[in-house]
Write a protein that binds this ligand. Structure first.
Ligand code: GRF
Length: 202
């Protein structure tokens, strides 16, 4: 299946998704990396890996819906079938999420439904959580609230800072996201209300 990865920054999850796509058994190919930040570091990483890239600054398009419509055009031009958000720091308009319903994933650095939004690691530490982690979920109009596909947990240590906790979680993100996308593009996932069935995490 042809996948587009949407990024805004360094793109370490993007790189992990690209790397995993090289396996012969992988069900997806990364057909495009798109960024709303033209100098996002991940664009160079993608180009160096031989992946097609596109960028469009989100500013100056007359609003969120108008910008999203242009992104939709770009994805259609590249015959994209599935979308993986990977550090894409834009809220999405309803028409955009509707266009990709059941075909768009995001990775979020917390154990959802705890800690939607930003600063998840600092908030998990401040709340005294002994476990933290990451979640791959389907994207719906409500930010970070779509059906959960896969999660991984790590311990929170007494001397953790947001940076050390983030680094521990990122290792799990890079493992979890390719597995989830592979399952989706292989037709293995079934959405049943807020539950997603079909991904065996063992
Ligand atoms: C990751 O922590 C991801 O969970 C969150 O944004 C960060 C992106 O990092 N959505 P990277 O660009 O993939 O390195």
């Amino acid at each position: 299946a042809r996948v587009a990865i949407l990024i805004s920054g360094r793109g370490s999850n993007m790189a992990a998704l690209i790397e995993a796509s090289r396996a012969p058994s992988c069900t997806y190919e990364v057909a495009l990396v798109f960024a709303n930040v033209p100098d996002a570091a991940g664009l160079e990483t993608a180009a160096a890996a031989g992946i097609a890239t596109a960028a469009l600054d989100h500013r100056g398009h007359g609003g969120r819906a108008a910008f999203d419509a242009k992104v939709l055009d770009i994805l259609r031009t590249h015959a994209i079938e599935y979308v993986a958000l990977a550090g894409y720091m834009r809220l999405l308009s309803d028409p955009f999420t509707a266009a990709w319903e059941g075909r768009m994933l995001n990775i979020h650095p917390s154990l959802l439904p705890s800690f939607t939004g930003l600063d998840t690691h600092a908030r998990a530490i401040a709340a005294g959580c002994r476990l933290a982690g990451c979640t791959v979920h389907f994207v719906t109009p409500d930010l970070d609230c779509g059906p959960i596909v896969a999660q991984a947990a790590v311990p929170v240590l007494d001397d953790d800072t947001p940076d050390t906790l983030s680094a521990r979680i990122l290792v799990e993100e890079h493992r979890l996201y390719p597995a989830a996308l592979n399952a989706l593009c292989g037709g293995r996932l079934r959405i049943d209300g807020q539950r997603v069935l079909g991904l065996d995490p063992r």
